[in-house]
Design a protein around this ligand. Sequence first.
Ligand code: FES
Length: 105
Amino acid sequence: MTWYKVGKESSMKDGDLAKVKAGDKEVLIIRDGGNFYATSYLCTHEEYDLSDGFMDDHQLICPNHFATFNPKDGSVISPPEGAGDISALKSYHVKVENGDVMVEL
Ligand code: FES
């Protein structure tokens, strides 16, 4: 496992989502209040890019069919209506060090 510097804490506001490169992977960084989280960036329903999604009441929402995920662990809060079960997002460790946002992959 390696920690990658993926951005500056100050460059993201509450509710911002950013797709970043960490090594040879891309992940989604989520800022929710003072907390940062990292998940896989493709919706597990139909692979919509979640960096085009949004946060609402601490939930990550896919704008395509409104699946909602918990940004803390990637778990599914609710799948799109009528879609049946969908998989959780992958979740990664994040830390902020000296103003840098870092993700472990
Ligand atoms: S692609 Fe995300 S809810 Fe359908």
